[in-house]
Design a protein around this ligand. Sequence first.
Ligand code: SAH
Length: 216
Amino acid sequence: MTDPDDLPERKMRFLFHLRSRGVTDPRVLAAMERIDRGVFVRGHFEDRAYEDTPLPIPCGQTISQPSVVGLMTQALEVGDRDKVLEVGTGSGYQAAILALLCRRVYTVDRHRRLVVEAEEIFRQLDLSNITTRVADGSYGLPEQAPFDRIIVTAAAEDPPGPLLAQLKIGGIMVVPVGQSDAVQTLIRVRRTETGFDYDELRQVRFVPLVEGLGQT
Ligand code: SAH
């Protein structure tokens, strides 16, 4: 009999579950197999790291549900030459997965504590293609723009204008949109030569995109 707490077994079940939720891109699955969510979930909730549920992290924020991380990463269609901006570093889990799939990830959070803790994990995992910033990510990162891909992991009322402006032509942005305390819609925006095409992917629930820097 297999020990239910055996790590490889838990990981197998985790990946099987992701597939059943529609995460089918082999590159995304391989990245999610390599990046151990347990490392990003500390304290009380560590033993729940392989459950498909969001979990609390410091500063009143959450690490997203793994199937949603997988579906958003898949929808982003990241290529290995891409320069990607993530708004909402949180635990760093999403950034670490992106780092395996693209050339460079810029990840921004308004909470310094979260950025410092995520940086430490990136160092431990030897992920050297992630650049972190403490900033209000709704303004993007003008000095590094334009980006091939932008992923926003907090909910905005509308796709922030500065982020749209920092997307390359042909680029893709994935962002949850809607009122902060209600269910939101995950949308994918493609920038074309003449404007933006939008498609709605699914309902999601994220913490809100908040203006300005956090207290910690
Ligand atoms: N991607 C994260 C989960 C993000 S939770 C992970 O993989 O764990 C949403 C994050 O967005 C929180 O850490 C919150 O501090 C951050 N956030 C909210 N508003 C922001 C803003 N305006 N600029 C930058 N980060 C923001």
